[in-house]
Ligand binder design. Structure first.
Ligand code: SAH
Ligand code: SF4
Length: 347
């Protein structure tokens, strides 16, 4: 799919510095006749310290701050709504972007582990039939700045983990997502360890292969959701274009190349993919792949004809799978009462 890449927004004259990174700042500073090493200071002000005004950047010369103020600005997403779950300490945040579009971000508190779930697109073009985001269609890609800004604008310094699992398909916004990951990971950025960053994808084989070459130690999660092409194509139209054989080959390549396992996410939907036969097909499909399976009981989406299986059936599926697959976890969804749980995000 070829789509126009979004880059940092240029207003009529001034340039948005959020979403640019060290190499871009070096070029900019070079053009201004300044020392390139100041790029790291600038990055640190914008990302690590969340500065949006140049006068704040006190270790840059006044002359440079003035020059920057004339030709650039630092954009920021605006927190428009904050909903706190009554059930489980999760929070749904709605951010408004400069063009008025809205995206959702989720914050989950589990003891010392605090996870932020970031969006990478406004909407999603892939239209999985069970997913709320998939139903709203695709509006546009987020810039790298908008991806990381969901975390910066919150100003919450207790976040320990990042999952790229909110609205959108990160591998269809590849360049911006990768840039965002580098900013999240770098100490001039948000200092989140690579092993604490997980990218969740529907699984686009060529992009998984590309990701394998990036020398990034982030975790990869693949949304499998069905173990036969017939079922998967019905739930996830992308499977018609890239059937399981292709996907599994790409995942095997990724695991071999990076010497790391992956996780498979499997949303359990009542009477669709929750039988013993489905569990058996799943265990066969992943044979020989170093992986864990993350079972996610379906979260209901208004107007969609899908339901969550009973707890009994969820546990039976897990138990049937367990001896056949190395690691199986059951994800307790958070934020269901505020429509912040997996797949319930729509602006
Ligand atoms: N587009 C990416 C990342 C965002 S979706 C992807 O598909 O992986 C994040 C996860 O939510 C996916 O694993 C998806 O299968 C799951 N999901 C979508 N709708 C859901 C729902 N209603 N209940 C539970 N999980 C859902
Ligand atoms: Fe898009 Fe992921 Fe939802 Fe599918 S599950 S529609 S890929 S956000």
């Amino acid at each position: 799919m070829v789509r126009k890449k979004s880059s940092a927004t240029k207003t009529s004259e001034r340039m948005n510095l959020k979403g640019l990174w060290i190499e871009d700042y070096e070029k900019l500073l070079g053009d201004l006749g300044e020392k390139r090493y100041k790029a790291r200071q600038l990055a640190s002000w914008i990302y690590a310290r969340g500065a949006t005004d140049f006068p704040q950047m006190t270790d840059l010369s006044r002359d440079l701050r003035d020059k920057l103020g004339q030709m650039a600005f630092v954009d920021s997403v605006k927190l428009a709504e904050r909903h706190i779950s009554q059930k489980d300490l999760s929070e749904k945040l709605v951010f408004e972007l400069s063009d008025g579009q809205r995206i959702e971000t989720v914050l989950m508190w589990e003891g010392k582990r605090v996870t932020i779930c970031l969006s990478t697109q406004v909407g999603c073009p892939l239209g999985c039939t069970f997913c709320a985001t998939g139903q709203m269609g695709f509006k546009r890609d987020l810039t790298a700045g908008e991806v990381v800004d969901q975390m910066i604008a919150l100003g919450e310094d207790r976040i320990t983990h990042v999952v790229l699992m909110g609205m959108g398909e990160p591998l269809l916004n590849y360049d911006n997502t990768l840039k965002a990951i580098r900013i999240l990971n770098d100490e001039m950025g948000l200092s989140v360890g690579a092993k604490r960053i997980t990218l969740s994808t529907v699984g686009i084989p060529s992009m998984i292969e590309k990701l394998a070459d990036e020398n990034l130690k982030i975790k990869l999660a693949i949304s499998l959701n069905a173990a036969t092409d017939a079922k998967r194509s019905e739930l996830m139209p992308i499977n018609k274009k890239h059937p399981l054989k292709e996907l599994i080959a790409a995942v095997k390549h990724f695991a071999k190349k990076t010497n790391r396992g992956v996780s498979f996410e499997y949303v359990l939907i009542q009477d669709i993919n929750d039988s013993e036969q489905d569990a058996l097909a799943l265990s066969k499909l992943i044979q020989g792949i170093p992986c864990k399976i993350n079972l996610i009981p379906y979260n209901r989406v208004p107007d969609l004809p899908y339901n969550r299986p009973s707890e009994e059936r969820v546990l039976a599926f897990r138990d049937y799978l367990y001896p056949r697959c190395p690691v199986v976890t059951l994800r307790v969804s958070k934020g269901e009462d505020i429509s912040a749980a997996c797949g319930q995000l729509r602006a």
